[in-house]
Design a protein around this ligand. Structure first.
Ligand code: SAM
Length: 277
C-alpha cells in the first residue's frame, strides 16, 4: 500500500500546487502527509545526492537525542519548539514527557497541515499545545498569550530551532543571528538553545552540499541554505556550547560507533546545544 497521500483528497486549507517545507520534510522521512509537488522537490535534491534523505533522518535522530539529553541530563521541563514539523515518530513531547511526565511543550509552526494534525495529536495532552505563528518574528512570538502563559519565563526553557533556520530567506533585512539573539535575550538564565542546520562541510563533500542547496533553492519550495561551521557558530551568539559543541548531527552523542563512513548528506547537517549562564 502506498504511504503517500493521494492528491485527490486534499483538505480545503491546503494548496497542493505548491510544496510546503513541512510536507517536503515529511516526504524525505517517508511519511504519509505529502503530495506529488512535495515529492518532486525530494526527487530533485536526490539528483544532487541519492542519499539526500539522510539529511532529514540525521536531523530527526539528533532532535530525539537532544531532547532526551535536555530532559534527562539538563533537567529541563519547558520546551519552545520553533517549527515543529508534522507529527512523526517521535515527537518532542513524547520524548521529554517519558522522562518528566509534566514537562510542558509549546509547539510553533505556520503550516496549516502541521497545525491540524498537531492539534489532533495533542487533544488529550494538557501539557503540550500548538501555536500558529511566524518563528522568524521572535518579538511577536514571544508576546503571544499562549507562549507567555504556558511557559514560566522565570525558569529554564529549552528553545529548539531544529531544521528551521536554513529556510529563512530574509537575511537582507534581518540576519538569522539577530533573530536568535532576540530569542536568547528573552530566555531565563539556565536555559538551553538547540539548533540544527544544513552544513557546507568545506571538504571534498562541499560540492555535493552546494548542489543540494541549489536544488532546494531553485525548487518551487525556494529555501534551504547550507552554511559553514563558522556561520553556524554565530547563531549561538556566544553562548557556552555543551560538549561536543557544534558538530555533524550524526556525531552528536550517537547511539554507538559509526561502522560505516558517513555519506555526503550525513556530512551536510550539523547540530549543537548551548546553555545560557
Ligand atoms: N523541527 C522539526 C525537525 O527538526 O524534525 C521539523 C523541521 S521541518 C524541516 C521545518 C518546519 O518549520 C516545518 O514544519 C515548517 O512548516 C516550519 N516553518 C518554516 N518556516 C516557518 C515560519 N516562518 N514560521 C513557522 N514555522 C515555520
Amino acid at each position: 500500500m502506498s504511504r503517500e497521500t493521494s492528491d485527490a483528497s486534499v483538505p480545503a486549507y491546503i494548496d497542493p500546487s505548491k510544496p510546503s517545507i513541512a510536507r517536503v520534510y515529511d516526504a524525505f522521512l517517508d511519511g504519509e502527509d505529502n503530495y506529488e509537488v512535495d515529492r518532486e522537490v525530494v526527487r530533485r535534491v536526490r539528483k544532487a545526492a541519492p542519499e539526500a534523505r539522510d539529511l532529514a533522518v540525521e536531523n530527526r535522530a539528533f532532535l530525539i537525542r537532544a531532547c532526551r539529553f535536555l530532559a534527562r541530563q539538563a533537567g529541563v521541563t519547558q520546551y519552545l519548539d520553533c517549527g515543529s514539523g508534522l507529527p512523526t515518530a517521535e515527537n518532542v513531547h513524547q520524548v521529554v514527557q517519558r522522562v518528566a511526565p509534566d514537562a510542558r511543550v509549546v509547539y510553533v509552526d505556520n503550516d496549516p497541515l502541521v497545525l491540524a494534525h498537531g492539534r489532533a495529536l495533542l487533544e488529550e495532552n494538557e501539557s503540550a499545545v500548538f501555536v500558529a505563528a511566524d518563528i522568524f518574528e521572535p518579538e511577536r512570538l514571544l508576546d503571544d498569550d499562549t507562549v507567555k502563559s504556558r511557559l514560566d519565563w522565570s525558569e529554564p526553557i529549552a528553545l529548539l530551532q531544529l531544521g528551521t533556520l536554513h529556510h529563512y530567506n530574509g537575511e537582507d533585512t534581518r540576519t538569522r543571528k539577530d533573530i536568535m539573539r532576540a530569542y536568547i535575550e528573552a530566555l531565563p538564565s539556565g536555559s538551553y538553545v538547540a539548533i540544527s542546520h544544513f552544513l557546507d562541510p568545506e571538504d571534498e563533500y562541499s560540492a555535493t552540499a552546494r548542489k543540494m542547496e541549489e536544488m532546494f533553492l531553485h525548487s518551487m519550495m525556494g529555501s534551504g541554505t547550507f552554511s559553514t561551521q563558522d556561520e553556524l557558530r554565530e547563531l549561538f551568539n556566544g553562548l557556552d556550547m555543551v560538549p561536543p559543541g557544534l558538530v555533524r548531527c550524526a556525531d552528536w552523542w550517537p547511539d554507538g560507533p559509526h561502522l560505516k563512513a558517513l555519506n555526503a548528506a550525513q556530512r551536510s547537517i550539523a547540530g549543537g546545544i548551548a546553555r545560557k549562564a
